[in-house]
Design a binder for this molecule. Structure first.
Ligand SMILES: *Cc1c(COP(=O)(O)O)cnc(C)c1O
Length: 507
């Protein structure tokens, strides 16, 4: 839950040297905000007993790790004080509203008694949190604003820096992101692009793949993996999946190779790497390129090598639902080849080099500086978010065991560490997946089917000539898979809620 810390609470915590409430409000699941307008009030209060610099230093130290909520000028001008509250408290109330906070922690809750906001004194925080846990009746699959307290000020600061600079496309922020993603994925080069889909398209174009060529990929993935292949004029050749990992079955690749095969596109589905060593062996033997679709797998590892850093190209998406998401569309291609790197930078801007001279036809695959700045500010948290997701996955295992549900479900397995759990996908084994999904949805327990129709059965790929029965494992998975909430912001109690609803359905 998230709260606004009234300045009277902060002043008391500092002057009484009892920082307990501030400590409590630095935690992810009980986050407290301070209103930016209240900082001057806190400072002047502290200045009554010490000099201005000392007051500032003391305040700054006490508020470390506490996010500051700022209202926009329009929000402030548009907030007249209510008859019972002074202007600052009226702004506080407005902040609770705008930031959708769960209440205001104040020494004088009675001042807010006529407002709709839930106001309570610091000693009641435990009770409020317990009550919140007990009254859970909704668990979204993803709740991005729940992660804001951890990163809000960095993100806001970087966003406004970009806006004030007036430089919105490519530029230094994008270069910084490219360097950091290259380092993170252990690839020498990276090119920021407009989306994960465009990352795939750009990699394929740079690889020179086009009409007459074939690219082998999984039939069980998000549409973009195969859609991008078709958009180059090449033909996707599908292989079935391994039933345990849902990733392409590497043992079936060689049979799909023809003289036209130019590349293999392994998709690290749900956040777990495809079994790369035998795949890389094969591509070496047949002289094929490897384009990793790592859109769901940033930070995923196989034998200590990272997703996107193993093939010739690694394609990433920063779509908001991915483990590292922007506030909009963005993507990245990593590569181990300087030549591909330079070609991609030219293709990204319509094949233009120098300005207004075009040797190739590229596209507009540019990334916004705003997205780059946001993603950079979030990147600092990625490792801890991955840890949270992995812990949540472990907790599901314990909860399924506790409720004796492991016979009815196949839980995700981490066959190749490390799985980063972009999705936590269970198999519903008794043919009731769709009914269970309805049951969970009717209790506001977020869940989703990734994916209900394998790509070889999609209408737009009819001409490829596949039919039902061609890839039985993928077709079976499409009928059995169900993703449960696993993102870093999901609380233990929310996971219990989801599993309790599942148990209720099964019994
Ligand atoms: C999300 C995703 C993409 C596409 O990324 P966008 O940024 O949405 O274009 C491609 N492949 C897979 C496997 C994905 O999950």
């Amino acid at each position: 839950m998230q709260f606004l810390l009234h300045h009277n609470v902060i002043i008391q915590a500092i002057t009484s040297s009892d920082h307990d409430i501030l400590k409590r409000c630095r935690q992810t699941h009980s986050a407290g905000w301070v209103l930016s307008n209240a900082l001057a009030t806190i400072h002047s209060h502290l200045s009554m007993t010490m000099d201005s610099t000392a007051a500032y230093t003391v305040m700054r130290k006490a508020l470390e790790g506490i996010p500051v909520a700022s209202l926009t000028g329009t929000d402030m001008i548009g907030t007249p004080p209510s008859s019972r509250l002074d202007y600052l408290d009226s702004l506080a109330l407005r902040t609770v509203d705008l930031f959708k906070l769960d209440g205001i922690i104040t020494l004088k809750p009675e001042a807010f008694s006529e407002s709709r906001a839930n106001a309570f004194p610091p000693y009641e925080l435990d009770r409020i949190l317990r009550k919140g846990d007990e009254s859970i009746n909704k668990v979204p699959l993803l709740n991005i604003p729940a992660t804001y307290p951890q990163m809000w000020n960095d993100v806001e600061h970087e966003m406004f820096k970009v806006v004030r600079s007036g430089h919105f496309i490519l530029g230094p922020k994008v270069e910084e992101l490219e360097e950091q993603i290259a380092a993170y994925t252990q690839a020498p080069y990276a090119v920021g692009v407009s989306s994960g889909t465009d990352a795939l398209l750009l990699a394929l174009m740079a690889a020179g793949i086009g009409p007459g060529d074939e690219v082998i990929t999984s039939t069980y993935t998000f549409f973009a993996s195969a859609g991008s292949i078709v958009r180059t004029g090449a033909k996707p050749v599908f292989v079935d999946i391994d039933p345990f990992t849902f990733n392409m079955d590497v043992g079936r690749i060689e049979a799909a190779i023809t003289p036209r095969t130019k590349a293999i596109m392994p998709v690290h589905l749900y956040g777990q790497c495809v079994e790369m060593p035998p795949l890389l062996e094969l591509t070496k033997k047949h002289n094929l390129l490897v384009i990793e679709d790592a859109a769901q797998a940033i930070g995923s590892e196989y034998l200590e090598r990272r997703a996107g850093g193993m093939g010739d190209f690694g394609c990433f998406s920063f779509f908001p639902t991915k483990n590292l998401g922007g506030f909009g569309d963005a993507g990245m291609v990593t590569t181990r080849s300087k030549e591909f790197y330079e070609k991609m930078k030219v293709l990204r801007v319509h094949g233009m080099e120098p300005k207004y001279y075009h040797k190739m036809v590229g596209g507009n695959f540019r990334i916004d500086a705003l997205q780059a700045a946001i993603i950079l500010a979030k990147l600092i948290h990625l490792e801890s978010w991955i840890d949270d997701r992995r812990n949540n996955a472990q907790r599901y295992l314990r909860l399924f065991q506790k409720h004796s549900l492991t016979e009815k479900f196949a839980l995700p397995m981490e066959i190749f560490p490390r799985h980063v759990f972009n999705q936590y996908v269970v198999r519903v084994l008794n043919g009731t997946r769709d009914k269970l999904r309805e049951h969970l949805q009717s209790h506001n327990a977020g869940c989703e089917v990734y994916y209900p129709i394998p790509l070889h059965l999609q209408e737009c790929f009819k001409d490829l000539g596949y039919k039902k029965g061609d890839f039985p494992e993928a077709e079976k998975a499409a009928e059995e898979t169900l993703a449960l909430p696993v993102a870093n912001e999901v609380t233990p109690r929310q996971q219990e809620y989801v599993v309790e609803r599942i148990r209720e359905f099964i019994s």
